[in-house]
Design a protein around this ligand. Structure first.
Ligand code: NAD
Length: 266
């Protein structure tokens, strides 16, 4: 027999509430970042989709706006300090505050999988420039506005490759291990300012870009060994990223949540 449902208490609702929150998502123009942008907007957040693919970012913002939600799309190379400053300034001018920064942009799907001895040093440097310096610059750019309000949420995207030691993109795996150390140390720097810094490590995920750059064989092998033995899709990551973006995670910082269907038991 159905029981009458009681309304959810205000406290419970507030804890997970993203309505009106301003969320900057780097790499928000395609792949998994595009799904974050859409899902955060659907949850009532005001989204800044920032991507080196400016057309992609603008298209994402247009789609979101066409559905009646709020978003802007910006072209930003996160490894360029001046461009990142403009990103933060534009977000603040448009929406007044920055509540959440999701450091999702990285060089991944564009990198060939190859033996580590064949990685050109220029490619190694570019991966570090985008995946680590870019994250550092984005945090530096938004921190003053978060500090001023004594509140903010930073979510850095790592990779389950770090727990597995996945080879063939050695520079990429190394950079994503750097994200974990960066997250831990920055959480101690920003904790006194009421800002949490956490990380999510996705398993191999069928983002549009990952699918385009991988063979079916490769993707099939990434499913083996998971407790939940199915392909991972971008939507599987949204819950963990949203949790780390809300009040519900305010006493949790410096942590990395692994979302890979239970392959690496981090
Ligand atoms: N797809 C996966 O299997 C997987 C697994 C683990 C971790 N991740 C991580 O999740 C995130 C999203 O993954 P994805 O599959 O969408 O990857 P992706 O490589 O397609 O996406 C990265 C995004 O970052 C943008 N970008 C690249 N360089 C940039 C720069 N200099 N400035 C601004 N934007 C830039 C790209 O245009 C793209 O939109 C990445 O951090 C990736 O490393 C993905």
């Amino acid at each position: 027999m159905a029981t009458a449902s009681k309304p959810i208490s205000n406290a419970a609702q507030e804890r997970f509430d993203l309505r009106g929150k301003v969320v900057v998502i780097t790499g928000g123009g395609k792949g998994i970042g595009k799904i974050y942008a859409r899902e955060f907007a659907h949850a009532g957040a005001k989204v800044v989709a920032a991507d080196i693919d400016g057309e992609g970012a603008e298209a994402v913002a247009r789609e979101i706006a066409a559905e009646g939600y709020e978003a802007i799309g910006l072209r930003v190379d996160i490894s360029d300090a001046a461009a990142v400053e403009v990103m933060a300034k534009t977000a603040l001018e448009k929406f007044g505050v920055i509540d959440v920064l999701i450091n999702n942009a990285s060089l991944m799907s564009v990198l060939p999988r190859r033996d580590w001895m064949e990685i050109p040093v220029e490619e190694w440097d570019r991966v570090m420039d985008v995946n680590l310096r870019g994250m550092f610059l984005c945090c530096q750019a938004v921190a003053p506005a978060m500090k001023a309000r004594k509140y903010g949420k930073i979510v850095n995207i790592s990779s389950s490759r770090v727990w597995e030691g996945t080879p063939l993109r050695l520079h990429y795996t190394t950079s994503k291990a750097g994200v974990v150390g960066f997250t831990r140390a920055l959480s101690r720097e920003l904790g006194p300012h009421g800002i949490t810094v956490n990380s999510v490590s996705p398993g191999a995920t069928l983002s549009e870009t990952q699918v385009a750059s991988s063979s079916g064989n490769y993707l099939a092998t990434r499913v083996e060994g998971r407790a939940i033995e199915r392909a991972q899709v971008p939507e599987d990551l949204v819950g963990a990223v949203m949790f780390l973006s809300t009040q519900a995670s305010d006493f949790m910082t410096g942590q990395t949540i692994n979302v890979d269907g239970g392959k690496a038991m981090h």
